[in-house]
Design a protein around this ligand. Sequence first.
Ligand code: ADP
Ligand code: ADP
Length: 217
Amino acid sequence: MRLIFLGPPGAGKGTQARVLERRFGAAQISTGDILRRHRADGTDLGKQAEGYMQRGELVPDDVIIHMIVGELDQHPSGFIMDGFPRTVAQAEALDAMLTRKGWPIDAVVLFDADRATLISRLSARWSNPRSGRTYNSVTNPPKKAGIDDDDGGPLVQRVDDRPETVAKRLDVYDVQTRPLVDYYRKVGKLVEVDALQNVSDVAGQLLRSIRMEPAGH
Ligand code: ADP
Ligand code: ADP
């Protein structure tokens, strides 16, 4: 399975990537999670990315593309790209890498939701910084507030999920990432899901759209 998840911050890409990871063992490649790990480890890449992430801007293409080359090599049997590509330059670089490897993409899944929903989801998002798993204090709470169900450790609210930075990130999506919708539609790879549904209905529509039947159907 080789999928790209496309959509604005808060649309539920990470949540659905985890559903597929649990069901099919597909590897999620989340560029946001990888960058946050680099920042936590204090690597050069983490230091390079820090300011951009805090401001809600995109990390420069050359830095991200270089990072993805190494990631792809670790996933010869398939992946779900979550948060990459985010610019046309990144998409072109990915195309070239996958063509070289002979690894065609099965589908690009577009998750979309209105701005008000995205803002309210992000303002209630809690994340496990160790695993990247996310919760929502309103729609998808952990069993115990502030504590991860899996490892029992603390959940955090991302600094870039504050309203001022969220507004910036949504603007950045509209200008720099939304053009990828047409880019992938033109090559006939785009499928769309209604990200306003609840998590299990989004998962059901997603599985049907990539022709993998949901459990129990
Ligand atoms: P979300 O899941 O809310 O959409 P991410 O965790 O994917 O956010 O990304 C957080 C930040 O990491 C972005 O605002 C950006 O600064 C940086 N980032 C992640 N992926 C990319 C990418 N493909 N290109 C450039 N910057 C990226
Ligand atoms: P993305 O990776 O696209 O930025 P996330 O998967 O992190 O988005 O989801 C953003 C927030 O919205 C999280 O708090 C998550 O628990 C919540 N969420 C995800 N999908 C849904 C949904 N279908 N309905 C309601 N809340 C959702």
